[in-house]
Unconditional design. Structure first.
Length: 86
């Protein structure tokens, strides 16, 4: 188990991380750049090349197999139950 700061270091190294105490099983986070551009635009509109440059963000793979942008909660930030997903 590790702190959130160590989990962020693992994300930056390209590893997947999760919390032991998350309710949903098989949930994890990873640092994404390949899902860009995000968000999708309405039909008939397109992103201009370079709009986001090399933007990186964290994605959560949910228990029901969806990929969503993720934002840490206060509890996530202060928890020491993070681990690297193999």
């Amino acid at each position: 188990m590790m702190s959130f700061s160590l989990a962020v270091c693992a994300l930056k190294e390209g590893k997947k991380v999760a919390r032991k105490n998350w309710n949903g099983k098989e949930m994890y986070l990873y640092k994404a750049i390949t899902e860009l551009p995000y968000p999708p635009l309405p039909e008939g509109e397109a992103w201009i090349d370079g709009t986001f440059g090399n933007s990186e963000f964290i994605i959560m793979k949910t228990a029901d197999n969806k990929l969503i942008p993720w934002l840490a909660s206060q509890t996530d930030l202060l928890s020491d139950d993070w681990f690297v997903v193999e």
